[in-house]
Design a protein around this ligand. Sequence first.
Ligand SMILES: NC(=O)c1ccc[n+]([C@@H]2O[C@H](COP(=O)([O-])OP(=O)(O)OC[C@H]3O[C@@H](n4cnc5c(N)ncnc54)[C@H](OP(=O)(O)O)[C@@H]3O)[C@@H](O)[C@H]2O)c1
Length: 245
Amino acid sequence: MKNWIVLGATSAIAEDVMRLWAERGYRLFLVARNQEKMDIIKDDLKVRGAKQVETYVMDANETLKHITLLDEADKRMGHVDGVFIAHGTLPDQKVCEKSYEATYEEIHTNALSIISLLTEVANRFEERKHGDIAVISSVAGDRGRQSNYVYGSAKALLNSFLQGLRNRLTKSGVHVLTIKPGFVDTPMTVDFDKGALWASTEQVAEGIVNAIDKQRNEVYLPGFWWAIMFIIKHVPEFIFKKLSM
Ligand SMILES: NC(=O)c1ccc[n+]([C@@H]2O[C@H](COP(=O)([O-])OP(=O)(O)OC[C@H]3O[C@@H](n4cnc5c(N)ncnc54)[C@H](OP(=O)(O)O)[C@@H]3O)[C@@H](O)[C@H]2O)c1
């Protein structure tokens, strides 16, 4: 039996991960901004077999509320085995290019809010010598590109933070997973034309659950993104800077 806190619980990817966990009878503590959406998801998860489903309304950017949230999850679930973080936004790159405030806001949502949460989670799990941390980053964090480098740099910040955390927490038996999806068909990408590289939320959710089960450190989803990003990362900068990507 596992007790998980899921932040960004209304995300399409998170919902499919929770469906798989519900089938195993996990206990889930959902955190998101929208109570109505969470109520619908809660009913569905209970029908699928989740032993307990709790909901908690919070904007992830309200960092002063993070400690209260974690205390509340401990209180309602007895103990917490894992924290899965899925919230995120896809910035309008052009707007960010004209505004530091917009850029800061995006970096706050996509990286700093998560760093705030994980600072507290890491200390609790380290003390208990137990816990799983799984965070959705993105292949976009592997190399800055002109079309989305604000999003990419937030995810890159996250990647380095998670790497360091993993290195620190491994001796305490705490597992840290960095999840790097490629293109996934979700509300976040509704305006994009879809093609062969696109994955479904079900595919990605299965990959996430497997990677947690196998205690992987980092996972590209689907797996072929590892090869694509290997090539992209190794294009020499003097060539890369001339590409329109
Ligand atoms: N879709 C892709 O192609 C793709 C690729 C790589 C990585 N990812 C990452 O995958 C994760 C999940 O995204 P998704 O594709 O499943 O899209 P999604 O369904 O649009 O989910 C995004 C979620 O983030 C939540 N959120 C945004 N800002 C928030 C805030 N300040 N506080 C709390 N919740 C907030 C949204 O909540 P509301 O419902 O309240 O808006 C929504 O539930 C994100 O981290 C994203 O960066 C996605």
